[in-house]
Design a binder for this molecule. Sequence first.
Ligand code: 1GP
Length: 240
Amino acid sequence: MKAVYNSILNSISKGEKLLAVLIDPDKMKIKCLPSFMQKLNQSMATHVFVGGSTVEDEATETLVIEIKKQTSLPIILFPGDVTQITNHADALLFLSLISGENPQYLIGKHIKAVSRLRKTQLEVIPTGYLLIENGKETAVQRVTETSPLKKDNIHKIVDTAKAGELLGMKLIYLEAGSGALHPISKTIISKVKQEINIPLIVGGGIRSKHQLDDAFIAGADLVVIGTAFENDESFFNELK
Ligand code: 1GP
């Protein structure tokens, strides 16, 4: 049962670029979902990610059940916490925050997640998650009590991503943080892409089609956008 991951690999092998729309259960109101999903379904989006740094206990499951009724796209959990695990999604990014050195986000939370995961059929995708500085403190930084990697230390960023691959992770996610002032730079994306042989996800602070294209050209296989859609749903019109 690796349908979601295999489909990502398959798309990449055909040269396709993937776009995930991130929906934060803390910010999306159920009553606003139908019009949002209608626009999402008509856009170039290929995946729906669901998750947030701070979410009330039942909110993720309730939202995922509603999203599932309104799209045929794969729904992937991008959880800030174990309480966001629900069997109603298709897959889960099992995130290791390898840019930081907080053991809770390297192994502690993962152990706590297992008793919940046992009760699901979720496809679990081990993902090396790297937070890169972007000029302001992000929610991820605050919640995880870790420092982001310095954006000028490309050598360390590349080596961290490679270490994630060598540890057996199936995806590398370069994160500038939700609402980041600046997205991950093209240089960082291309240097990491040159070094790894697993799919590369890039997210944080991407607000225009131009920035999206830049990330793809630099080597991102899958780009994640959340805030730009939250702020202005007409952004979907640019991404048909
Ligand atoms: C955050 O990478 C995602 O975890 C998306 O970021 O909300 O800035 O698009 P934005």
